[in-house]
Design a protein around this ligand. Structure first.
Ligand SMILES: O=P(O)(O)OC[C@@H](O)[C@@H](O)c1c[nH]c2ccccc12
Length: 273
């Protein structure tokens, strides 16, 4: 991880924006914690022997690869719909400039899920391009149980430091990798929740074969989550035949004004192994 990987303008532009956002977070008063992480993320994602693939559903109003997505349900109503349809975890994009999200969306989803489901609510993942512990403090204060840490964005040492900072706040580090080298960095950071992204963040290109290869090499003791590019219940059925504990679906659900029916079919096809 010593060499800076080549990056397209998208990731460069995102990272430049994050640096400015982080400076603004440091200049603002520290976030007042009104909600606390609940723990239990690893257990929620781990697929029991002979059990069904777990599904994570994502709240994402738009993306650089997909453009505009459905906004007919506000994030908290959508999160409830995902929970009713059987999502184990809900991922909320908090990035504003590129994905149309916010920390307020995260807090609103947490409140709606607490109200409707109490302690039985799905876990919440804060999805952001995290480079600084202040973003983790925001995630914890605004209702996340886990925070995404993208191995591509940092050195292996920085990744380990961010993972420690997340754990100190009670957040489960959810470490995203795309390559074997990044997998090593995640393991050095003692990540027990690993997301393998089938989409390359630099080129936005999909590569399912690479994702399958990297996922198969990941520590079997970790909760291993397939990320990106699942369009249909058939895709979910295919992933459920492999070694993954869980799979995350974003765009396909976000194209639905009511994601309930598609997610129910996906859950039904997340077959037993
Ligand atoms: O919409 P998709 O193809 O189902 O993918 C979801 C998720 O994996 C994707 O949103 C994602 C994976 N890693 C990220 C990092 C930042 C922002 C977004 C992401």
């Amino acid at each position: 991880m010593s060499d800076e990987p080549p990056r397209t303008r998208v990731l460069d532009t995102i990272l430049a924006s994050k640096k400015a956002e982080i400076a603004a977070l440091h200049a603002a008063p520290p976030p007042r914690a009104t909600r606390a992480p609940s723990g239990g993320v690893f257990e929620a994602l781990r697929r029991p022997e002979g059990g069904a693939l777990r599904l994570l559903a994502e709240v994402k109003l738009r993306s650089p690869s997909a453009g505009a997505l459905s906004t007919s349900l506000r994030p908290p109503a959508r999160a409830r719909r995902y929970a009713e349809a059987g999502a184990t975890m809900i991922s909320v994009l908090v990035d504003g400039p590129f994905f149309g999200g916010s920390y307020d969306d995260l807090a609103a989803c947490r409140d709606a899920l607490d109200e409707a489901f109490g302690a039985a609510r799905p876990k919440l993942l804060c999805k952001e391009f995290i480079l600084d512990p202040i973003q983790l403090a925001m995630a914890a204060a605004r209702g996340a149980d886990a925070a995404l840490l993208i191995a591509r964005l940092t050195s292996a040492d920085e990744l380990a430091r961010l993972a420690d900072a997340a754990r100190a706040l009670g957040l489960e580090p959810f470490v995203e990798v795309a390559t074997e080298e990044e997998l090593e960095a995640a393991e050095r950071a003692r990540a027990r929740v690993l997301g393998v992204n089938a989409r390359d963040l630099d080129t936005l290109a999909m590569d399912h074969a690479r994702a399958e290869r990297v996922l198969a090499r990941a520590d079997r003791a970790a909760a291993r989550v397939h990320l990106s590019g699942l369009a249909s219940a058939d895709d979910v059925a295919r992933i459920s035949q492999g070694p993954a504990d869980a799979a995350l679906v974003g765009e396909a659900l976000m194209r639905q004004d009511d994601p309930g029916p598609l997610l129910r079919v996906m859950v039904a096809r997340a077959a037993l192994r």
